[in-house]
Design a binder for this molecule. Structure first.
Ligand SMILES: NC(=O)c1ccc[n+]([C@@H]2O[C@H](COP(=O)([O-])OP(=O)(O)OC[C@H]3O[C@@H](n4cnc5c(N)ncnc54)[C@H](OP(=O)(O)O)[C@@H]3O)[C@@H](O)[C@H]2O)c1
Length: 383
């Protein structure tokens, strides 16, 4: 048993930073249901309903652009609400067809006053006061309100197969604004109080794929593409879970366009093993990488951290045992589908390779190459 502190905190911290003013296939890999965006069609999707008017609070950083594209492709009208500071990373043609409302969730929602939408997707809040302000203003003018929460809302990950009934964290004081997980939980409660059956709360795990500027999961395809001996965490049988931003975003749009979908949903991928994940990435990228599985204790002794260095990995024990083994049964029942992981790896690399060389030279997460080489050498020389 390792002596590391519960790594849920690392997850919460990096997730909060990523969001800024801000995710068991057994060994089989992600289910092979695709969705538009890869040229594949989602299985069982009955197609878009009548056009809806959708407001996205946010829309321009990571999951927002994927929602914008999918919603427009399905014939909906889209408005977005931001401060006007963040440029969408791609899909610029799509944003020309979007109504862009400018304001600030802190203190200026005037652009939303007197307006009506069929549904709202709230991506940008972790602060309960923001959700209190927006739900109060939009109540009566909006049919459904979907709040993008996080699995960090849970009080801990001390159990395997956590479903939506598991306890959530509590704010240390009602006015606290910098407590990410408990803040998300309180935002959900405010949404449910305001919108009742029209309230939808979605709790993603690590969100991955094209456009993720945190580089967390991106580290793995980039590292595997480089090839050679890759340091991999602990054991190929350790569990891992993540969700392609497009699977999440497209399902969110389908949820808000469908009456009767109110409720709370975990939204991450089905569990697979770390070994299966890395094998799928290697196969998808045609890499010659080999994986050397270095024990938890050895990594700890040599300064290799879970999550920050070994991105998407936490020791499957103690308070983090359930973090990569959350139940997604309710979401799958409600229509969440999964691209093959190889498609995520390829799309991530296509996007990554469009970034300037300087940016690609400064990976924001993952194990630095020098440290990896040192630890692999030490691992090889151990008695
Ligand atoms: N990444 C993960 O792995 C992960 C995991 C679990 C949950 N989540 C949650 O998923 C969501 C992801 O959000 P995203 O960034 O991808 O959403 P997004 O809709 O793509 O972008 C959010 C937008 O909100 C705007 N914004 C920020 N502060 C604002 C303010 N004070 N007033 C008005 N607009 C503001 C920003 O634009 P401006 O700068 O122009 O205002 C930003 O572009 C977050 O809620 C996060 O907590 C993420």
């Amino acid at each position: 048993m390792t002596t590391w502190n519960p790594t849920r905190r690392d997850f919460v911290k990096t997730t909060a930073r990523a969001g800024g003013a801000l995710g068991a296939l057994g060994a089989l890999g992600h289910l092979a249901c695709a969705a538009p965006g890869d040229g594949d069609m989602a299985g069982g999707d009955p197609g878009p309903p009548d056009p809806q008017r959708i407001l996205i609070l946010g829309g321009t950083r990571f999951i927002g652009p994927h929602q914008v594209k999918y919603a427009l492709d399905r014939g909906h009208e889209v408005s977005i609400f931001t401060r006007g500071r963040t440029e969408p990373p791609f899909f610029h043609d799509y944003f020309e067809r979007v109504e862009h409302l400018i304001g600030d969730r802190n203190d200026d929602l005037s652009a939303l006053e007197g307006r009506e939408w069929d549904a709202v997707i709230d991506n940008s809040a972790s602060i309960p006061r923001w959700v209190a302000l927006s739900t109060e203003l939009l109540q009566g003018n909006v049919g459904r309100y979907l709040f993008v929460s996080s699995i960090s809302a849970y009080v801990d990950f001390a159990s395997v197969g956590i479903d939506e009934s598991y306890p959530v964290g509590q704010l240390s004081s009602p006015d606290a604004e910098n407590e990410y997980g408990p803040g998300k939980a309180r935002c959900e409660a405010i949404n449910t109080e305001a919108f009742g059956e029209g309230a939808i709360n979605v709790r993603p795990g690590l969100i991955v794929g094209p456009g993720d500027n945190t580089d967390r999961w991106t580290y793995w395809p980039v590292r595997v593409a480089r090839g050679g001996e890759v340091l991999a965490p602990n054991s190929p049988t350790d569990p891992v879970q993540n969700i392609d931003a497009r699977d999440l975003s497209e399902w969110i749009v389908r949820l808000v366009e469908t009456p009767g979908t109110g409720g709370t949903y975990n939204a991450t991928g089905e569990v697979q093993t770390f070994g299966a994940m890395l094998d799928e990435i290697r196969a998808a990228l045609g890499s010659d990488a080999t994986f050397t599985w270095v024990s938890t204790e050895f990594m700890e002794e040599h300064g290799v951290r879970p999550w920050g260095h070994m991105t998407n990995w936490v020791p499957p024990e103690g308070e983090s045992i359930g973090m990569n083994q959350v139940s997604v049964a309710a979401a799958v029942e409600a229509g969440l589908t999964f691209r093959p992981l190889g498609a995520t790896a390829r799309a991530t690399m296509e996007w990554w390779n469009t970034l300037p060389e300087e940016r690609r030279g400064q990976m924001r997460a993952g194990l630095p190459a020098e440290l990896e080489a040192q630890v692999l050498a030490a691992w090889g020389e151990r008695g």
